[in-house]
Design a protein around this ligand. Structure first.
Ligand code: CP
Length: 303
């Protein structure tokens, strides 16, 4: 495994290897194999969790880190991403984490770059966010042991969500019972593309659910501004303590990749109570999972 571009390209064993390595990093029994390798963080879209946790992961692995400043780089003078990355390679960068608004851009540039750079997808458009799906899987395993036949409900703007797509891909590989809940206009256009069940009503979607994963409405990716109306969305889809208690499994886990919009897709009260704490634990697990990803792709690489 030289790169992390999407979940489909990984075998179940490769996924489990990352999970097991992340566990070792978390409990302090594994040392870095990639000391002094250099990582560049190339974020062309906003990020808090992914960017900071990759940076902390690289620090913990004793790597060198370049915080590439896209807005002030020579990309603004017309240099292509391919040329930028090839130059970074010759400056001594071994791996790049790229976040970008164009779906598929990382795959494209990876094919153009001639040198042995390692690529990590930090989220590309509506396509994929594989490190998020891996840290979500890690958190689920930590909390419920295994996910086979467990009811996992993803609620929100699934059509624009790279997190939903990467999670569906990963959870399907491990036999989860996946349910999606969204207004019709935020569901996938091709409903047969994934082996999931769709619901319009949130009560039905979370009935007996072991995991409820809430997603933000991604207004920045919508062609039509102000749609859906947030008060209408809140009325129909907001998850709160009362709803979870009434319908979901007693030991349900609440997840959210972040950033969360309080009192729209999830109530502020739920975010701040014990159930909501899992969301912060997800972010924390991101550090160990990203250590495992960097260690795996860079171990034994030249440079
Ligand atoms: N989950 C996630 O990708 O968060 P950031 O956008 O803050 O990185």
């Amino acid at each position: 495994m030289k790169h992390l571009i999407d979940i489909q390209s990984l075998s179940n064993q490769e996924i489990l290897n990352i999970i097991n390595l992340a566990k070792e990093f978390k409990n302090g029994t594994k040392k870095s194999d990639v000391e002094k390798k250099t990582l560049a963080l190339m974020f062309y879209e906003n990020s808090t969790r992914t960017r900071c946790s990759f940076e902390i992961a690289a620090q913990k692995l004793n790597m060198n880190i370049i915080n590439f400043d896209a807005a002030h780089s020579s990309l603004a003078k017309g240099e292509s991403l391919k040329d930028t990355i090839e130059n970074l390679y010759f400056l001594g960068v071994n791996a790049v984490v790229i976040r970008h608004s164009f779906s598929g851009i990382i795959n494209n540039v990876m094919k153009q770059v001639k040198y042995n750079m390692h690529f990590v997808n930090g989220g590309d458009g509506t396509h994929a966010h594989p490190s998020q799906a891996l840290l979500d899987f890690y958190t689920m395993l930590e909390k419920i042991g295994n996910i086979e036949n467990k009811k996992i409900t993803i609620i929100g703007d699934v059509s624009h969500s790279r997190v939903a797509k990467s999670n569906i891909s990963l959870l399907s590989k491990f036999g989860a019972d996946i349910h999606l809940c969204a207004p019709t206009y935020l569901q996938f256009e091709n409903k047969t593309a994934f082996n999931v069940r769709y619901h319009n009503e949130v009560q039905e979607a979370i009935d007996g659910a072991n995991v409820v994963m809430v997603l933000r409405v991604q207004n920045e990716r919508h062609e039509k501004e102000g749609y859906p109306d947030s008060s209408e969305y809140k009325r129909l889809y907001e998850i709160d303590t009362k709803l979870l208690k009434k319908y979901a499994a007693d030991d349900v886990i609440l997840m959210h990749p972040g950033p969360a919009n309080r009192n729209i897709e999830v109530s502020s009260e739920l975010l701040d109570n014990q159930v909501g704490k899992t969301i912060l634990e997800q972010a924390q697990n991101g550090v160990y999972v990203r250590m495992a990803i960097l260690n795996t792709i860079l171990k034994g690489s030249e440079g």
